[in-house]
Design a protein around this ligand. Sequence first.
Ligand SMILES: [Zn+2]
Length: 474
Amino acid sequence: MTQPTGIQRRSLLQGGSLALLLGSADIAWGASIVAVRVWPAAAYTRVTIESDTALKTVPIFVANPPRLAVDIEGIELNPALKELVGKVRSDDPYITGVRVGQYANKTVRLVLDLRQMVKPQVFNLLPVKTGNTQYQHRLVLDLYPSDVADPLEALIVDKLKGGTAFNAPSMTATPTPPPASRLGIHADPVGDLMTHQNRKPEIPTAEAPASAASAPITTAASVTSQPSDGERYIIVALDPGHGGEDPGAIGPRGTKEKDVVLQIARRMRERINSTTIKTKHGNLPMRAYLTRDADFFVPLNQRVEKARRVQADLFVSIHADAFMTPDARGASVFALSQGAASSAQARWMAKQENRADLVGGLNIKTQDAAVQRALLDMSTTAQINDSLKLGGEMLGQIRRIGKLHKPHVEQAGFAVLKAPDIPSVLVETAFISNPDEEARLISDSYQNELTNALMKSIERYFSRNPPLARTRNT
Ligand SMILES: [Zn+2]
C-alpha cells in the first residue's frame, strides 16, 4: 500500500545486510519473505506472500497463453519463495504452475501459468493482528474468472460437483440455464429453481471485486426467464464465517473456527436440501446456498450480496468465536441493531467479527460505494423484527441441547447481517476458546445435535411466517 520512502529504504538496506551477516539464508535484500500461502477455490484463487516489509511489485498479465507475471523488486530469490512452486495443487481451478527466478539484479520474477483467462488483482495489505492471528505485510495476488460467476451458477456447480465444477458454462453470457441433459444430469432441483423463481432485485447488486471496474453488471434477474408456475422454493443462505487467510478464532487444541463452521454449514445444507416445509400456501421445498464451500476468504459485504443475488429467504451466519475469558461458554444468537448494541458483549462481538475483512484481506479499491450507500439507505426495521423471531426460535431449540450464553437474542451492528430484505442472524454455536466447548464443536454428535436444533427452528419459523406472505413473486 505504502511504498518505503528513501529513508525507509536505506534503513531496510541496513536491516538486510545486518541479517546477511548473521547468516540467515531466507533473508533477502530489503525484505524477507515470511510465508507463502495459496487458497484455491472455484470463486477465485488467492496467492499470498507475507514479508517483513511491504513488497513493491510490477504485475504484467499476458493473454496468450494466459499467465500473470509479477516482478517483485528489491528482493532476491530465496527458499520461501521457491516453496510456492510446490504449494499449487494440481486441481487448482486457475493456476497450472508457478515459476520463480531472479529476473534481474534485486528483482524476482514470479510467473503464474493459468488455466483460463482471469481478472487478476494485485494489492498490498498492511500488518494486522487480531486474536491469535497476526500477519506482517502481505502481497496478495487474486485470480478471478474473467466471466463473472453468478451465485446461481454456483448453486448448480454445487449440485454437480466433480469434474464439471470448474468448467461450468457461464450464466452471464446465456440468459437461460443450460439444459440438464447437456450437463449430464436428468433432474436438477436447482436448475428448476432458476426457471421457476421470479426474480426482481430491488436495488443494484454488487459485482465480484474482480469485475467491479468493467464487467457488465449481472443480477439474478438476468438469469431467469420462464414464467412461474406457482412453485416456490425456500432458499436459506448459510454463511460459514471467516475462511482462507482469516482462520477466525483458534481453540486451545488448535481447532480453527473457519473449519468447524464450514463442517456445520455442510451438515445443514444436506438437511435443508432434503426438507420440505408445510405451510398454508402448500408444501415448499427448501434449498441451501453456501456463501463459501471451501477454505477461502469472502469479504463481509460479498456474503450479503451473494445471499441477495440468490434472493435468499433467510441468512444464517455460523460462527464459533473466542471470548475474552476461557471459561465463557454457551451459544448465542445475534441480530442486527440499528442503534446501540444490546450489551457490551454484543458490541464487542460485532467489533471482532467486523474485523474479518482486515484479516481476510480485502482490496479496498474495488468496493462498490454506490451499492454500499443503497444498502445503507434502506430500512432494516422489518428485517430486524423477522430476525428476532428466527433468533428466538433458535435459542428455544439450542437450549434443549446445551447451555445458552444469553437467554435472549442480542443485537449489534454486525456488517454481515445488513441485507435490508433478508432476515439475518449470526449464531455463535459455542466458544471455541473454552476447552470443553472446543471438544464438543469438533464432535460428530454435537454437530448433528446443533444441526437438528437449527433445522427445527428454521422449520418452525417458516411454518409460522410462510415466505409467500411477504413474497417477492407478486
Ligand atoms: Zn467468527
